[in-house]
Design a protein around this ligand. Structure first.
Ligand code: ATP
Ligand code: PH2
Length: 189
């Protein structure tokens, strides 16, 4: 793992010249197709290798019943990754999509079709966005136990900006079918 930088660092985007302060980000990973652990670990490694991204923590792995999915969908493995970054949310979104593509993610017309890898941006500092290509905070994170539970394990006092503390959200969420797999672990790298 790379060392977390001084929190007062501000980086200048080499293309746009924009200045970005360092921000905390939470990314949720999911896989229910192929070698699920290999995809999740690959995504953690790819995030760790991203310039201007400094991983701070990776959660336990949870095996979860598919939510809002086709009837034959297999169980997911889910985890969350926490990091500091000076990248803009737009660049993080590009990076998330590129990491999914690197793990053979197919984009199907079927809603919530099985996928080798899903990389969702949950929060990026207090950035808000309501564009189709970038919604922040993630519009479904507040009701998804497969996101809230692994995040809560790492940061019980965290909150989703503009929504509320994750401890309260988790109490209201349906935790059925969300099982911690202590036999599976992801390396921070
Ligand atoms: N916070 C976000 N995280 C990830 N993708 C996002 C986000 N906001 C918008 N998107 C857009 O959503 C598209 C990816 O949708 P995808 O098919 O992966 O959604 P999904 O993961 O199936 O659904 P869900 O949003 O329910 O998790 C991308 O084009 C991406 O730009
Ligand atoms: N358990 C679980 N269910 C899901 C998941 C997921 O990651 N885990 N992702 C989905 C689409 O993003 C739809 N349903």
């Amino acid at each position: 793992m790379t060392e977390t930088p001084n929190p007062h660092i501000i980086s200048t985007d080499t293309l746009t010249g924009e200045m970005h302060p360092i921000r905390r980000a939470v990314v949720a990973l999911g896989s229910n197709l192929g070698d699920r652990m290999a995809s999740l670990q690959g995504a953690v490694g790819a995030l760790a290798d991203t310039p201007e991204v400094w991983l701070t923590d990776v959660s336990a792995v949870y095996e979860t019943e598919p939510v809002d999915s086709p009837p034959d969908a297999e169980k997911y493995l889910n985890a969350v990754v926490l990091f500091d970054t000076t990248l803009s949310a737009a660049r993080l979104m590009d990076r998330a999509l590129a990491i999914e593509d690197a793990y053979d993610r197919e984009r199907s017309e079927v809603r919530n079709a099985p996928r080798t890898l899903d990389v969702d941006l949950i929060v990026v500092g207090d950035r808000r966005s309501d564009e189709d290509w970038l919604r922040l905070p993630h519009p479904k994170a507040h009701e998804r136990a497969f996101v809230l539970q692994p995040w809560y394990d790492l940061e019980p006092d965290a909150a989703i900006p503009g929504v509320g503390p994750i401890a309260e959200l988790l109490e209201k969420a349906d935790r059925h079918g969300v099982a911690r797999r202590d036999d599976l672990t992801l390396d921070l790298q």
